[in-house]
Write a protein that binds this ligand. Structure first.
Ligand SMILES: C[S@@+](CC[C@H](N)C(=O)[O-])C[C@H]1O[C@@H](n2cnc3c(N)ncnc32)[C@H](O)[C@@H]1O
Length: 275
Protein backbone atom coordinates (compact mmCIF):
# COMPACT_ATOMS: atom_id res chain seq x y z
CA UNK A 1 0.00 0.00 0.00
CA UNK A 2 1.21 3.36 -0.92
CA UNK A 3 0.29 6.79 0.36
CA UNK A 4 0.78 8.28 -3.07
CA UNK A 5 -1.70 6.06 -4.91
CA UNK A 6 -5.07 7.73 -5.62
CA UNK A 7 -6.65 5.75 -2.83
CA UNK A 8 -3.70 6.59 -0.59
CA UNK A 9 -3.43 3.28 1.16
CA UNK A 10 -7.10 2.40 1.39
CA UNK A 11 -7.51 -1.32 1.70
CA UNK A 12 -8.72 -3.59 -1.08
CA UNK A 13 -12.35 -3.50 -0.03
CA UNK A 14 -12.62 0.23 -0.62
CA UNK A 15 -15.02 1.57 -3.18
CA UNK A 16 -13.99 4.46 -5.40
CA UNK A 17 -17.07 6.25 -6.60
CA UNK A 18 -17.71 8.22 -9.75
CA UNK A 19 -18.11 11.43 -7.75
CA UNK A 20 -14.52 11.24 -6.54
CA UNK A 21 -15.21 10.29 -2.92
CA UNK A 22 -13.65 7.07 -1.62
CA UNK A 23 -15.74 5.15 0.87
CA UNK A 24 -14.40 3.35 3.90
CA UNK A 25 -16.35 0.23 3.16
CA UNK A 26 -15.26 -1.62 6.31
CA UNK A 27 -18.47 -0.21 7.71
CA UNK A 28 -20.47 2.46 5.94
CA UNK A 29 -20.91 5.52 8.10
CA UNK A 30 -24.26 6.15 6.51
CA UNK A 31 -25.61 2.72 7.16
CA UNK A 32 -24.63 3.22 10.80
CA UNK A 33 -26.66 6.36 10.99
CA UNK A 34 -29.59 4.94 9.11
CA UNK A 35 -29.79 1.77 11.15
CA UNK A 36 -29.53 3.86 14.29
CA UNK A 37 -32.36 6.07 13.16
CA UNK A 38 -34.46 3.01 12.40
CA UNK A 39 -33.89 1.32 15.70
CA UNK A 40 -33.69 4.50 17.73
CA UNK A 41 -30.45 3.54 19.47
CA UNK A 42 -26.77 3.69 18.61
CA UNK A 43 -25.54 0.89 16.37
CA UNK A 44 -21.79 1.29 15.98
CA UNK A 45 -21.62 5.05 16.13
CA UNK A 46 -21.77 6.61 19.56
CA UNK A 47 -24.60 8.98 20.47
CA UNK A 48 -22.22 11.89 20.12
CA UNK A 49 -21.13 10.81 16.63
CA UNK A 50 -24.74 10.50 15.51
CA UNK A 51 -25.59 13.89 16.94
CA UNK A 52 -22.56 15.55 15.32
CA UNK A 53 -23.17 13.79 12.00
CA UNK A 54 -26.75 15.07 11.92
CA UNK A 55 -25.64 18.60 12.81
CA UNK A 56 -23.06 18.78 9.98
CA UNK A 57 -25.45 17.19 7.50
CA UNK A 58 -27.94 19.94 8.33
CA UNK A 59 -25.51 22.85 8.01
CA UNK A 60 -23.22 21.63 5.20
CA UNK A 61 -24.62 24.06 2.63
CA UNK A 62 -24.06 27.12 4.80
CA UNK A 63 -20.99 26.00 6.73
CA UNK A 64 -18.40 28.03 4.80
CA UNK A 65 -20.41 31.24 4.87
CA UNK A 66 -21.07 30.91 8.59
CA UNK A 67 -17.43 30.14 9.29
CA UNK A 68 -16.34 33.35 7.62
CA UNK A 69 -19.06 35.47 9.19
CA UNK A 70 -18.82 34.14 12.72
CA UNK A 71 -15.00 34.34 12.75
CA UNK A 72 -15.01 37.88 11.31
CA UNK A 73 -13.09 36.46 8.34
CA UNK A 74 -10.25 35.23 10.59
CA UNK A 75 -10.77 31.55 9.77
CA UNK A 76 -8.52 31.62 6.71
CA UNK A 77 -5.68 33.21 8.66
CA UNK A 78 -6.09 30.56 11.37
CA UNK A 79 -5.93 27.75 8.80
CA UNK A 80 -2.89 29.27 7.10
CA UNK A 81 -1.06 29.48 10.43
CA UNK A 82 -1.93 25.82 11.04
CA UNK A 83 -0.44 24.81 7.70
CA UNK A 84 2.69 26.84 8.27
CA UNK A 85 3.20 25.06 11.63
CA UNK A 86 3.34 21.81 9.69
CA UNK A 87 6.48 23.12 7.99
CA UNK A 88 5.91 21.13 4.80
CA UNK A 89 8.13 21.85 1.84
CA UNK A 90 6.81 19.10 -0.47
CA UNK A 91 6.62 16.70 -2.12
CA UNK A 92 4.89 15.13 0.83
CA UNK A 93 1.85 13.04 1.75
CA UNK A 94 -0.38 15.00 4.12
CA UNK A 95 -3.60 13.96 5.84
CA UNK A 96 -6.38 16.33 6.89
CA UNK A 97 -8.68 14.62 9.38
CA UNK A 98 -12.34 15.78 9.54
CA UNK A 99 -11.71 17.86 6.46
CA UNK A 100 -15.33 18.98 6.14
CA UNK A 101 -15.72 21.29 3.14
CA UNK A 102 -11.98 21.06 2.53
CA UNK A 103 -10.86 24.51 3.56
CA UNK A 104 -7.79 23.34 5.42
CA UNK A 105 -7.03 20.78 2.68
CA UNK A 106 -7.06 23.58 0.13
CA UNK A 107 -4.50 25.54 2.16
CA UNK A 108 -2.42 22.37 2.41
CA UNK A 109 -2.57 21.88 -1.36
CA UNK A 110 -1.31 25.42 -1.84
CA UNK A 111 1.52 24.92 0.63
CA UNK A 112 2.85 21.53 -0.43
CA UNK A 113 2.55 21.89 -4.21
CA UNK A 114 1.29 19.75 -7.05
CA UNK A 115 3.83 16.94 -6.59
CA UNK A 116 2.50 16.17 -3.12
CA UNK A 117 -0.61 14.29 -2.11
CA UNK A 118 -3.24 15.69 0.22
CA UNK A 119 -5.87 13.30 1.59
CA UNK A 120 -8.95 14.52 3.46
CA UNK A 121 -11.20 12.26 5.49
CA UNK A 122 -14.59 13.04 7.02
CA UNK A 123 -17.61 10.99 8.09
CA UNK A 124 -20.20 13.41 6.75
CA UNK A 125 -20.90 12.97 3.06
CA UNK A 126 -22.69 16.30 2.46
CA UNK A 127 -19.58 18.10 3.81
CA UNK A 128 -17.32 16.05 1.51
CA UNK A 129 -19.55 16.80 -1.47
CA UNK A 130 -19.06 20.51 -0.81
CA UNK A 131 -15.31 19.86 -0.59
CA UNK A 132 -15.35 18.02 -3.93
CA UNK A 133 -16.88 21.08 -5.58
CA UNK A 134 -14.14 23.34 -4.24
CA UNK A 135 -10.92 21.33 -4.43
CA UNK A 136 -9.68 19.18 -7.28
CA UNK A 137 -6.62 17.24 -6.36
CA UNK A 138 -7.22 16.30 -2.71
CA UNK A 139 -8.25 12.66 -2.31
CA UNK A 140 -11.47 12.61 -0.28
CA UNK A 141 -12.42 9.64 1.84
CA UNK A 142 -15.65 9.01 3.75
CA UNK A 143 -14.33 7.52 6.99
CA UNK A 144 -14.33 8.01 10.74
CA UNK A 145 -11.42 9.60 12.54
CA UNK A 146 -11.26 6.82 15.14
CA UNK A 147 -10.46 4.20 12.51
CA UNK A 148 -8.38 5.69 9.72
CA UNK A 149 -8.27 3.42 6.65
CA UNK A 150 -4.52 3.82 6.11
CA UNK A 151 -1.44 1.75 6.96
CA UNK A 152 1.00 2.71 9.71
CA UNK A 153 3.76 5.26 9.07
CA UNK A 154 2.24 6.50 5.84
CA UNK A 155 1.96 10.30 5.99
CA UNK A 156 4.57 13.03 6.47
CA UNK A 157 2.19 15.30 8.36
CA UNK A 158 -1.43 15.55 9.53
CA UNK A 159 -3.85 18.30 10.50
CA UNK A 160 -7.23 18.45 12.20
CA UNK A 161 -9.15 21.72 12.21
CA UNK A 162 -12.11 22.59 14.46
CA UNK A 163 -12.99 18.94 14.86
CA UNK A 164 -11.36 17.50 17.97
CA UNK A 165 -14.29 18.98 19.92
CA UNK A 166 -16.66 16.96 17.81
CA UNK A 167 -15.16 13.49 17.75
CA UNK A 168 -16.46 10.94 20.27
CA UNK A 169 -12.96 9.98 21.44
CA UNK A 170 -10.31 12.67 21.14
CA UNK A 171 -7.43 10.53 22.34
CA UNK A 172 -8.33 7.69 19.97
CA UNK A 173 -8.43 10.11 17.04
CA UNK A 174 -5.03 11.52 17.97
CA UNK A 175 -3.64 8.02 18.45
CA UNK A 176 -4.86 7.10 14.97
CA UNK A 177 -3.31 10.24 13.51
CA UNK A 178 -0.05 9.36 15.22
CA UNK A 179 -0.22 5.76 13.95
CA UNK A 180 -0.49 6.74 10.28
CA UNK A 181 2.29 9.34 10.63
CA UNK A 182 5.90 8.55 9.74
CA UNK A 183 8.26 8.81 12.74
CA UNK A 184 9.28 12.45 13.07
CA UNK A 185 6.12 13.67 11.28
CA UNK A 186 3.98 16.42 12.82
CA UNK A 187 0.37 16.41 13.93
CA UNK A 188 -1.14 19.90 14.06
CA UNK A 189 -4.49 20.63 15.73
CA UNK A 190 -6.40 23.86 15.22
CA UNK A 191 -9.18 24.27 17.73
CA UNK A 192 -11.23 26.91 19.51
CA UNK A 193 -10.00 27.87 22.92
CA UNK A 194 -10.94 30.48 25.54
CA UNK A 195 -9.14 33.79 26.09
CA UNK A 196 -7.24 34.06 29.38
CA UNK A 197 -7.53 37.77 30.08
CA UNK A 198 -10.71 38.36 32.12
CA UNK A 199 -12.15 41.14 29.88
CA UNK A 200 -11.63 39.20 26.67
CA UNK A 201 -12.92 36.07 28.38
CA UNK A 202 -16.18 37.81 29.35
CA UNK A 203 -16.65 39.33 25.89
CA UNK A 204 -15.95 35.99 24.27
CA UNK A 205 -18.47 34.28 26.54
CA UNK A 206 -21.07 36.91 25.72
CA UNK A 207 -20.44 36.45 22.00
CA UNK A 208 -20.59 32.65 22.24
CA UNK A 209 -23.74 32.48 24.32
CA UNK A 210 -25.75 35.43 22.98
CA UNK A 211 -24.65 36.35 19.44
CA UNK A 212 -23.35 33.22 17.77
CA UNK A 213 -26.42 30.98 18.31
CA UNK A 214 -28.76 33.59 16.84
CA UNK A 215 -26.64 34.42 13.77
CA UNK A 216 -25.94 30.70 13.23
CA UNK A 217 -29.62 29.81 13.49
CA UNK A 218 -30.78 32.62 11.19
CA UNK A 219 -28.31 31.76 8.44
CA UNK A 220 -28.20 27.97 8.64
CA UNK A 221 -31.82 27.45 9.64
CA UNK A 222 -30.60 24.92 12.22
CA UNK A 223 -31.04 26.09 15.79
CA UNK A 224 -29.60 23.03 17.54
CA UNK A 225 -26.26 23.03 15.67
CA UNK A 226 -25.50 26.58 16.80
CA UNK A 227 -26.52 25.89 20.38
CA UNK A 228 -24.16 22.93 20.33
CA UNK A 229 -21.19 24.98 19.03
CA UNK A 230 -20.81 27.35 22.05
CA UNK A 231 -21.46 24.47 24.45
CA UNK A 232 -18.73 22.39 22.84
CA UNK A 233 -16.26 25.30 23.01
CA UNK A 234 -17.00 26.02 26.68
CA UNK A 235 -16.64 22.36 27.61
CA UNK A 236 -13.47 21.68 25.59
CA UNK A 237 -10.27 21.00 27.58
CA UNK A 238 -7.87 23.87 28.20
CA UNK A 239 -4.77 24.20 26.02
CA UNK A 240 -2.66 22.53 28.74
CA UNK A 241 -5.14 19.66 29.05
CA UNK A 242 -5.17 19.12 25.29
CA UNK A 243 -1.36 19.06 25.31
CA UNK A 244 -1.53 16.25 27.88
CA UNK A 245 -4.01 14.30 25.72
CA UNK A 246 -1.69 14.60 22.72
CA UNK A 247 1.20 13.30 24.80
CA UNK A 248 -0.90 10.34 25.99
CA UNK A 249 -1.72 9.64 22.33
CA UNK A 250 1.98 9.08 21.63
CA UNK A 251 3.10 12.50 20.43
CA UNK A 252 6.16 14.22 21.83
CA UNK A 253 7.56 17.75 22.00
CA UNK A 254 3.96 19.01 22.14
CA UNK A 255 3.63 22.79 22.22
CA UNK A 256 0.81 25.23 21.57
CA UNK A 257 0.24 28.84 20.68
CA UNK A 258 -2.80 31.07 20.79
CA UNK A 259 -4.19 33.26 18.02
CA UNK A 260 -6.68 36.17 18.19
CA UNK A 261 -6.53 36.80 21.98
CA UNK A 262 -6.75 33.08 22.67
CA UNK A 263 -9.99 32.48 20.77
CA UNK A 264 -8.19 29.65 18.97
CA UNK A 265 -5.14 27.54 19.78
CA UNK A 266 -2.79 25.59 17.55
CA UNK A 267 -1.16 22.51 19.08
CA UNK A 268 1.81 20.86 17.42
CA UNK A 269 3.18 17.42 18.29
CA UNK A 270 5.72 15.08 16.71
CA UNK A 271 5.57 11.33 16.32
CA UNK A 272 8.39 9.66 18.19
CA UNK A 273 11.37 8.63 16.11
CA UNK A 274 12.04 4.89 16.26
CA UNK A 275 14.79 4.02 18.74
C1 LIG B 1 -16.31 22.16 12.28
S1 LIG B 1 -16.06 21.07 10.94
C2 LIG B 1 -14.40 21.40 10.50
C3 LIG B 1 -14.14 21.19 9.05
C4 LIG B 1 -12.76 21.61 8.56
N1 LIG B 1 -11.70 20.88 9.23
C5 LIG B 1 -12.54 23.09 8.69
O1 LIG B 1 -11.44 23.51 9.09
O2 LIG B 1 -13.44 23.85 8.33
C6 LIG B 1 -15.95 19.53 11.78
C7 LIG B 1 -15.94 18.34 10.82
O3 LIG B 1 -15.62 17.17 11.59
C8 LIG B 1 -16.31 16.07 11.02
N2 LIG B 1 -16.34 15.02 12.02
C9 LIG B 1 -16.84 15.07 13.28
N3 LIG B 1 -16.65 13.92 13.91
C10 LIG B 1 -16.00 13.10 13.05
C11 LIG B 1 -15.53 11.76 13.13
N4 LIG B 1 -15.68 11.04 14.24
N5 LIG B 1 -14.90 11.24 12.06
C12 LIG B 1 -14.74 11.95 10.92
N6 LIG B 1 -15.18 13.23 10.78
C13 LIG B 1 -15.81 13.79 11.84
C14 LIG B 1 -17.67 16.66 10.69
O4 LIG B 1 -18.37 15.89 9.75
C15 LIG B 1 -17.27 18.05 10.15
O5 LIG B 1 -17.11 18.03 8.76
Amino acid sequence: MNCRSPAAGLDATEVSRADGIYVQSVHSVHSDVQSTQRRGRPARMSDKAIYVHRAFTAIAERYDLLNTLLSFNQDRRWRRSTVSELGMKGPEAVLDVATGTGKLARELERAVGARSRVVGIDFCEPMLRKARMQIDSTTLVLATSESLPFPDNCFDGATIGFALRNVPDMEKTLREMSRVMKPGGSVVCLEFSRPRRPIMRSLHRLYLLRVLPIVGWLISGDKEAYLYLPRSIMEFPSAEELKAVMERAGLERVRFRFLTWGVVAIHIGTKRQKL
